[in-house]
Design a protein around this ligand. Structure first.
Ligand code: BES
Ligand code: MN
Ligand code: ZN
Length: 490
């Protein structure tokens, strides 16, 4: 989608649809006050009305509610509402008159939120649908103009709008990856996507490991989880150098299970098709690194995605098997469906010891428990470092990709001890499933500052206005915001 900033007057805007947001005390611009439909205008949040004014095309009025309550999330929702209505009217161009939200308009935050809402809401995954020439789908929205009042800091508005476009494109690419079926999106496919990302940018490179290297290095978790599948595993490494070599490296680790059948501890068949999305953390990491590189942010990042398929077969790992992870710790695999923590364990160790990360953030669709606890509204955030956790929370708040912090405690750690090995991948009573998994992962971060996000509930079917059902792309916008914050680009 083309995104541009203008300050043309209303009458001169060239767009199929013009959207205007009104807060509670706002009134329609004079030239629209008498337009047919003006009587239906309501300013309550989410209320929409259509005007048929003198200018060609239609004017959509979107209620924004109380000015004091207006934030980025409301604006993303408003953007989504306008975009869907414009799409319903077969518009290919939309102009948004930036609402008067004081400081936030100046800073470009309003424009960014509208770009996000618009681009996320109009994204479709329809490449596998046959085209019916008799009933073609509505055209795509091709351009979004943001109409800034004269003097509303157009340079900064323009800059933030562009950054939001780049970031949201990445989020939509992550959604496509999530949505792809597992017969196409195998571990090699994800590795090829990382190579493609690296090819576009001189500051990026991949250093992906294949099955032989994974086994040789002693990544017992990745070996064990992929043992039942005909698909070879990959340990995808995508590095971006945006700062000097002696600057610290941020490690981003994403779970990349391209299909989670549960393995020998097989899942019930109902709903199992959704487990194609068990690589959502990996998709978010790859596309976030792509966006960070495209924005040229001044920091060093390494994205690591252990990519495997978890399948039952004669060569699959059995419940009760004991493995040795990359850092030497032994694990009893008492449930082959608790596979994410096994592959992440090796990836985290590798990220610290071989790739030099000094701070870690991992994203994983790790536990069903988090869906029970927090639904699709918040991801669980679990961290051994308050400062990093607070930065993640800041990025979450700003992007609407919300997190809720859960605790670590020695008693949970006690649960992770094995009966005959150092650790067990599940506890017999399944207490505190989400925290258990995080406590397990903590054994592999070499005490580095680390934040874990369990995104099992937020990656899919969130029903937010701007992403709806299916893939949400959760994490891309959050990670880019975090990288901007860490690199001083804000
Ligand atoms: N990939 C699943 C978690 C999941 C659940 C993701 C729902 C998305 C939606 C994970 O590998 C898993 O199977 N976890 C088990 C762990 C259990 C065996 C301790 C779970 O949560 O049931
Ligand atoms: Mn599983
Ligand atoms: Zn899984």
């Amino acid at each position: 989608m083309r995104v541009e900033v203008t300050s043309s007057p209303l009458a001169e805007l060239e767009a199929d649809v013009v959207a205007i947001g009104l807060c509670d005390d706002d009134e329609l611009p004079d030239e629209l006050a008498e337009a047919p439909g003006a009587g239906d205008v309501k300013t309550a949040f989410r209320k929409t009305a259509t005007l048929f004014g003198e200018r060609a095309g239609r004017v959509l009025v979107i209620g924004l509610g109380e000015r004091g309550e207006l934030d980025g999330e409301n604006l993303r929702v408003a953007g989504a509402l306008a975009a869907k209505q414009a799409g319903g009217a077969s518009a290919t161009s939309l102009a948004w008159v930036l609402p008067d939200c004081g400081e936030r308009v100046q800073s470009g935050e309003t424009a960014a939120a509208l770009v996000e809402g618009t681009m996320l809401a109009t994204h479709r995954f329809d490449r596998f649908r046959s085209r019916d020439p008799e009933d073609p789908p509505p055209p795509d929205l091709e351009s979004l103009q943001l109409v800034a009042a004269d003097g509303a800091g157009p340079a900064q508005v323009e800059e933030e709008a562009t950054k939001a476009r780049v970031t949201t494109e990445a989020a939509n690419r992550a959604r496509d990856l999530q949505q792809l079926p597992s017969n196409i999106k195998n571990p090699a496919y994800l590795a090829a996507r990382a190579d493609e990302i690296a090819q576009d940018n001189d500051a990026m490179e991949t250093a992906t490991l294949g099955p032989a290297e994974i086994a040789e290095r002693g990544m017992g978790g990745i070996v064990a989880v992929s043992a039942g599948s005909a698909q070879e595993p990959r340990l995808i490494v995508l590095r971006y150098r945006g700062a000097s070599d002696d600057a610290e490296t941020l490690g981003l680790v994403g779970k990349g299970v391209t299909f989670d059948s549960g393995g020998i501890s097989i899942k019930p068949s109902r709903g199992m098709q959704e487990m194609k999305m068990d690589m959502s953390g990996g998709a978010a990491v790859l596309e976030a690194v792509a966006a960070i590189g495209e924005l040229g942010l001044p920091l060093n990042v390494v994205g690591v995605v252990p990519a495997v398929e978890n399948m039952p077969s004669g060569s699959a790992t059995r419940p009760g098997d004991i493995i040795t992870q990359l850092n030497g710790k032994t694990v009893e695999i008492n449930d082959t469906d608790a596979e994410g923590r096994l592959i992440l364990a090796d990836a985290l160790t590798y990220c610290v010891r071989e790739l030099g990360a000094v701070r870690l953030v991992d994203l994983a669709t790790l536990t069903g428990s988090v869906v029970v606890a927090l639904g699709s509204t918040y991801s669980a955030l679990i961290s051994n470092d308050d400062e990093l956790a607070e930065r993640v929370e800041g990025a979450a708040e700003a992007t609407g990709e919300l997190t809720w912090r859960l605790p670590l405690h020695p008693e949970y750690k006690e649960l992770t001890k094995g009966t005959v090995a150092d650790l067990a991948n599940v506890s017999p009573k399944r207490k505190a499933g989400t925290i258990y998994a995080a406590s397990f992962l903590e054994e592999f971060v070499d005490s580095k500052p680390w934040a874990h996000l369990d995104i099992a509930g937020t990656a899919w079917d969130t029903d937010r206005e701007y992403v709806g059902k299916g893939a949400s792309g959760y994490g891309v916008r959050l990670l880019v915001a975090l990288a901007r914050e860490l690199s001083g680009d804000n």
